[in-house]
Each structure stands twice: as structure tokens, then as C-alpha cells.
Design a protein around this ligand. Structure first.
Ligand code: NAI
Ligand code: MG
Length: 357
């Protein structure tokens, strides 16, 4: 029986619409290969929504997202809205939609293709073969705890509360074991259990959940040690799971192992199969409208959608393989090309990937 999925598409600002257009072409190519039909529902988020609707996150956008099976997002933001008050800033729309949709698990893969090792700032032997996934808790912890600021006789005081409930830890940790099971079956849980009470609870929950995943090898690691080891020998890692702030920092560190920001996808998952998929990069106002942005990160985000929201692993692998094949054959957009002359356009890159599928 043919499957049907509804995808809310949020092109956003800057290069967002350019890279999204190509990811949609790839999904249409998937429809030809598999017995599946996608319905694309377009909506506004970010700066374009501020201009059109007077708010970065219109209610209509949220409603469409809630009715759909997954969300595909380009990027939001740009200098035009930089000096706006908080409620009229593009990022407010992004944080708002993540929170409203309950997207608590942020998956950020970092991988190094053999043909790209020269792009990394690190030694070739260190980065060759890197293929890891950082899973960051996205809706709890320090960023959402109570914030206080007050004056005393000895000057100002500020505090941020780091709070985690057992159920918040359990759901992200289960997600991480599930993902590790689909990957290299090795999970590193990162915390600061020698100092933080919230980390001691985190570790306890991880050990309990681990009983349900005897096939996944588990290791606990302190966050400072993990930050060092990611640079010293990143190949020791397969899947990493950690709380919000540690994950914010470690996922950015991990993405830099591989060099180009135009290549890295991400997924933010809620309970069940629902998720929001977006490239790690921003709206790149410096190259917007030129047709030269690298669409790879968005195309690989669409592949993650196939895998994690639609259970279409074979199609996801086909897209990933096609991307690898095209890059291996030397096709490059300007951000990863040796010279401007040999660089292909956003559309040419996507066309090559579709042809390789
Ligand atoms: P950025 O990621 O947009 O750009 C950083 C650099 O990487 C720029 O030189 C850009 O040209 C290049 N770049 C980024 N993506 C590329 C691609 N696909 N192909 C080729 N080159 C690419 O980060 P930046 O400049 O800090 O932020 C620009 C705007 O994007 C800001 O308004 C920021 O708030 C917003 N932003 C939005 C995000 C999102 O929507 N999730 C994430 C990060 C930033
Ligand atoms: Mg960050």
C-alpha cells in the first residue's frame, strides 16, 4: 500500500529558500524511487513572517506543523531584523517552534568523507573516518531553568537554575539508545557527575535504561574529558548523549572536526515519529540570492527525515550514498571548492545528487 506523508516546509530567510528548493527536488526524486507520496505545505517562519504577518511564528505556521508528519526548515535571520526587539526577532520564532512542538532531542551528526579530509583544520589521520552523532537534550536544563538577577550590598548577583526531571532524562536517553542501535551500537553519556547533582541523577537514569539495551555498549564520560578526547581521537566516539548546555558546546565542537558548515544536517525530534529537520548553518546573508549556497546540509536533513520520521531507511541511505558519490567525484560548491572557477551552483549540485540516486 502506498504511503502518504505531509511535510510542512519553512524556507525562511536568506539562502533558506534556495537550499530548500533543492531538497524538495530530491524528495520528489524519492517519490519516483519508492511507493510514497509527499504533500508539501508551505508556511512562513522567521524574518519573512515578521514582514508578512507581523510575528516570527504565526499561529497558522504552528497549526500546519502540528497537522503534518514532519517539518523541513531552511534557515532564519538576517541583518534586516538584527535590531528588532526580542518578540520581533527571527530566532524567537525558531526557539518558539522547537518549544511548541516538544522537540526535546537534537541529533547532530558529524562525519568526514575521505574526499574531504583536506577541508578540516585537524590532521588527516585524526579526522579520516570520523562518523559520530551528538544527541543534545533541547528543552530542559540550564537554558530553561529559573533566572534571577538582583542587587546586594556587595554588588549584583545573577543565577541560572539547572534542573532536570527524571522523565526528561529518561526520554532523551531512550532516544539515544535507539539511535545508537541503528548506528555503531556504542553510546557515550556525557555529564559532570563529580560535581553536579543533576548529573548524578542523569547517570542513575542512564544506568537504569541501559538494562533495556544490552546490545549497546555504554560508557560514562565527564564533559571536560569528552571535549579533549573529541579533538585528540574523535574516532573513538559513535553516539554521544548529553544535557542541553554540554550538548550545545560539544555539538559545535564536533561539527568543526569536519570543516564545512554547508554539509551538516540536524534533526530535532519529539515523542513518536514527529521531527523538525534543518541544516546546521544559518541564512548566510553574505551569499543569499547568488545561487551558490551548498544544498548538501539541507538535502542530508531531508534524508534524516526519511529515516527518523518516515521509517524509510533504504531511501535515506540512497540519498546519503548519492551525496557521497557526487562529492567523491570531485563536484564542489564554492564553499568547499579549491577555486571559484571549478565551483558548481546550488542547482547543479542538487541535480548531480538526483542523477546519482
Ligand atoms: P551562517 O551559517 O549563516 O554563515 C556563516 C558562514 O558560512 C558565512 O560565510 C556563510 O556564507 C557560510 N555558509 C553558511 N551556510 C552555507 C551554505 N549552505 N553554503 C555555503 N556557505 C555557507 O551564520 P552567521 O553568518 O553567523 O548567521 C547569519 C544569519 O543566520 C544570522 O541572522 C543568524 O542569526 C542566522 N542563523 C540562523 C540559524 C538557523 O536558522 N538555525 C543558525 C545560525 C545562524
Ligand atoms: Mg549553539
Amino acid at each position: 500500500m502506498s504511503q502518504t506523508f505531509t511535510i510542512t516546509v519553512l524556507p525562511g530567510d536568506g539562502i533558506g529558500p534556495e537550499v530548500i528548493e533543492q531538497a524538495i527536488h530530491v524528495l520528489k526524486a524519492v517519490e519516483k524511487l519508492e511507493d510514497v507520496t509527499f504533500t508539501f505545505e508551505y508556511a512562513r517562519l522567521g524574518g519573512c513572517a515578521i514582514d508578512e504577518d507581523g510575528t516570527p511564528l504565526p499561529e497558522e505556521t504552528l497549526e500546519k506543523a502540528r497537522r503534518s508528519d514532519a517539518v523541513l526548515l531552511g534557515a532564519v535571520g538576517g541583518p534586516k531584523w538584527d535590531n528588532n526587539p526580542a518578540h520581533l526577532r527571527p530566532e524567537t520564532g525558531l526557539l518558539g517552534i522547537r518549544k511548541a512542538l516538544g522537540l526535546y532531542a537534537n541529533l547532530r551528526p558529524a562525519f568526514m568523507l575521505d574526499c574531504m579530509v583536506e577541508v578540516s583544520a585537524l590532521k588527516e589521520e585524526v579526522v579520516r573516518g570520523v562518523d559520530l552523532m551528538v544527541i543534545r537534550e533541547l528543552t530542559g536544563g540550564l537554558y530553561f531553568g529559573e533566572k534571577k538577577r538582583y542587587k546586594t550590598e556587595n554588588g549584583e548577583v545573577a543565577s541560572d537554575e539547572l534542573i532536570y526531571h527524571e522523565y526528561e532524562i529518561e526520554r532523551i536517553v531512550r532516544r539515544a539508545f535507539e539511535v545508537a542501535r541503528l548506528r555503531g551500537k556504542k553510546l557515550t553519556s556525557v555529564d559532570k557527575a563529580n560535581v553536579l547533582e543533576s548529573s548524578r541523577l542523569w547517570r542513575k537514569v542512564v544506568d537504569r535504561v541501559a538494562h533495556d539495551y544490552p546490545d549497546v555498549e555504554l560508557r560514562h564520560q565527564l564533559v571536560d574529558s569528552c571535549a579533549m578526547e573529541l579533538l585528540r581521537w574523535p574516532k573513538q566516539f559513535d553516539t554521544i548523549v548529553t544535557e542541553n548546555m554540554f550538548g550545545d558546546i560539544l555539538s559545535d565542537e564536533a561539527s568543526m572536526l569536519t570543516g564545512s558548515i554547508g554539509m551538516l544536517p540536524s534533526a530535532s525530534l519529539a515523542d513518536g515519529n514527529f521531527g523538525l529537520y534543518e541544516p546546521v548553518h544559518g541564512s548566510a546573508p553574505d551569499i543569499a540570492g547568488k545561487g551558490i549556497a551548498n544544498p548538501t546540509a539541507t538535502i542530508l536533513s531531508a534524508a534524516m527525515m526519511l529515516k527518523y520520521s518516515f521509517g524509510m531507511e533504504r531511501a535515506a541511505n540512497a540519498v546519503e550514498k548519492a551525496v557521497h558519490k557526487v562529492l567523491n567525484s570531485g563536484v564542489r560548491t564554492a564553499d568547499i571548492a579549491k577555486s571559484k572557477e571549478e565551483a558548481v551552483s546550488t542547482k547543479e549540485m542538487a541535480d548531480k545528487i538526483i542523477a546519482a540516486m
